[in-house]
Design a protein around this ligand. Structure first.
Ligand SMILES: Cc1ncc(COP(=O)(O)O)c(C=O)c1O
Length: 409
């Protein structure tokens, strides 16, 4: 469609008429992307620091993804999991190499990957821990929108409306090993944790905490599940964020960046918890050839283009720039933090949304998590000049916001 054709229709009004109102949209309609940039229906360009919320690891329309999907779509779009599927096996092989030998199961989303992990842990409990089934997860965590993953999510706002939630989930404060130990009982089978909390505001776990969890799980015969849906696939500068902690979980869940933008979920397990047998779990679309071809292309590109190193380098560059911004605007932002290209900053006076709106006006997409956090999860292909440009926009936006009465309180 040309820009003029796109402008002929009022997309916001049409959406209101035809689509359920679960999303609070920002006032633009994105129609095209290339690298770290996207364009709206008016032809306006933006630097994309949202990246589909940590999904477009290789940026938009990366040639490797285009080629993999185009080739696959002309060969085989879908086959049932009744048959062997070459792309699925190839992606599982790549992940085994990256994870030190874990075996995969593919689904279509992060929530679904976590559902699989919960089932696998419960089966382990049935077989090896006297029927234990309870899962301890963390406050401020996010694990998905299905009922079980909502029960595992440690944020009351996501849970309140849906009671009664499934039994067998309990939350404790993040980074508090004693709280985990105190919450463990004969019913406990697993600990579910994000090594870097994403939706909660980009909070990395402490090394003592993750290493302590690993040791506690070993001592108590518990299963350690790492939710890598947001922090995985290279975002933190390592393929899995738990690699920063010198530990290895029993089960790992993935989605978002795994196939560079094509929907997929992944649930990986090491040998100890590899207890699913024929018929225990299944899916119609999960591990479909297109998603898996995109997954293989994504991992290959991350390796060939040294994108883990780039994420580390660009993350450090951005951190330095952001420290300067927080020194310049201490009355609005503080505590810039993160690992690699998974970053956030605290915002005072509930102004995160206002800053994101100003940045949007000036051509930068940022994600406000409530009023008090700005999240930045750009593609791993980012360059220093992208970051310089984003920095200038953010500086301008912060300057404007700092003059608002709300910022003067
Ligand atoms: C850590 C984490 N786990 C699970 C999910 C759920 O993933 P999905 O939205 O693909 O179901 C998310 C989504 O933001 C997430 O960040």
């Amino acid at each position: 469609m040309t820009t003029t054709e796109l402008q002929k229709r009022d997309w916001a009004a049409l959406e209101q008429k035809y689509y359920q109102g679960t999303f609070k949209r920002l006032p633009i309609t994105l129609v095209r992307g290339q690298g770290a940039r996207v364009w709206d229906s008016e032809g306006k360009e933006y630097i994309d620091f949202v990246a589909g919320i940590a999904v477009n690891i290789l940026g938009h329309c990366h040639p490797a993804i285009i080629q993999a999907v185009q080739e696959q779509v002309t060969q085989l779009v879908h086959v049932s999991n009744l048959y062997y599927n070459i792309r699925q096996i190839e992606l599982a092989e790549q992940l085994a190499e990256l994870s030190g030998g874990m075996r995969s199961f593919f689904s279509n989303s992060g929530a679904e990957a976590n559902e699989g992990a919960i089932k696998l842990a419960r089966k382990y409990g049935r077989l090896h821990r006297d029927g234990a089934f309870e899962i301890i997860s963390m406050e401020r965590s996010f694990h998905g929108r299905t009922l079980a993953t909502t029960a595992a999510t440690g944020q009351a706002a996501y849970q309140a409306t849906w009671a009664p939630l499934p039994d067998g989930f309990k939350q404790v404060p993040f980074n508090d090993l004693d709280a985990v130990k105190a919450a463990t009982s004969a019913k406990t089978v697993a600990i579910l944790v994000e090594a870097v909390q994403g939706e909660g505001g980009i909070w990395p776990a402490s090394k003592e905490f993750l290493q302590g969890l690993r040791q506690w799980c070993d001592e108590q015969n518990l299963v350690l599940i790492c939710d890598e849906v947001q922090a995985g696939a290279g975002r933190t500068g390592k393929y899995f964020s738990w690699e920063h902690y010198d530990i290895k979980p029993d089960i790992v869940t993935m989605a978002k960046g795994l196939a560079g933008g094509v929907p997929i979920g992944g649930m990986l397990t090491g040998p100890r918890t590899d207890v699913f047998a024929y018929g225990d779990h299944g899916t119609t679309f999960g591990g479909n050839p297109i998603a898996c071809a995109a997954g293989v292309a994504t991992i290959k590109t991350i390796k060939e283009q040294n994108l883990l190193e780039n994420a580390t380098k660009m993350g450090a560059y951005w951190d330095k720039k952001f420290q300067d911004l927080s020194a310049k605007y201490p009355h609005i932002i503080d505590s810039p933090r993160g690992i690699g290209l998974m970053r956030a900053v605290n915002v005072k006076h509930d102004l995160a949304g206002t800053i994101a709106e100003r940045a949007l006006e000036h051509g930068l997409l940022l994600n406000a998590l409530g009023g008090s956090t700005l999240r930045m999860v750009p593609p791993l292909i980012l360059t220093e000049s992208d970051l310089d440009e984003a920095h200038a926009i953010l500086d301008r936006s912060l300057e404007e916001v700092s003059k608002l009465p709300a910022a003067q309180q």
